[in-house]
Design a protein. Sequence first.
Length: 264
Amino acid sequence: MQFIGCIYFQSAKINVQPFNCIYLYQELGMPGADVAQGRRSDGADMVQSSVSDFSASTAMSSLPFSAAADRNKQPIVEVLRRVLPAEGRALEIASGTGQHVAFFAAALPGWTWQPTDGDANDLPLMATWLKEAGQANVAAPLWLDVLAAQWPATGAAFTQPFDAIYCANMLHIAPWATCAALMRGSRRHLAPGGVLVTYGPYLEDAVVTSPGNLAFNDSLRARNPAWGIRRLKDVAQEARRAGLTLRERHAMPASNLLLVWHKS
């Protein structure tokens, strides 16, 4: 299935419908009506993405480019530097374009990174991104269905544990079942003392939800009732069932959160 517009992630074998982000921005009166193709949504920040240059030296690149991922990569890596040790092995779930993992690999050279995505058809484009980035500490991207009993979806299952698993902007644009699957899979593949790091918008009972996130949540549910910004207490409950506990909560720009879940 090909995704266009601002929601581009699909966990393999999950039937969800694409929609056009430009139309959504126009209808809601939000910024970003001039932007086109994207990979992952960013809450109130929204996905403002276009097919553009990979870098200043790559004119008119045909690679997909997420402006939102480009904006939030620095705030995210600043937190990762504080919460992660100097070295380790990391698995990224729903890598999208590969922009995050390429940037993180350069910023955290002591870590080796395994990018994955739920759409096998998009792996070649991600591989091209990573080749252009030229980071030796990033493995070739793999197809990973979060709901599958085996990670990754094809080939041999992961046997060596990961010290960290990173997943950004997936839970609100996938069915709720992916939350429990993410937690169970992370518990299964994390090393003792390892962490799952999730990033994106959440609803919190004791925190006033921003107008942008409220509008974004309404738009998601209007497009697909199985989508929507998740309540943090519900996500935490699924994590506890899987054997993960919320260790750190970091407020991020554009009403997003970076959460650190610890394998107990």
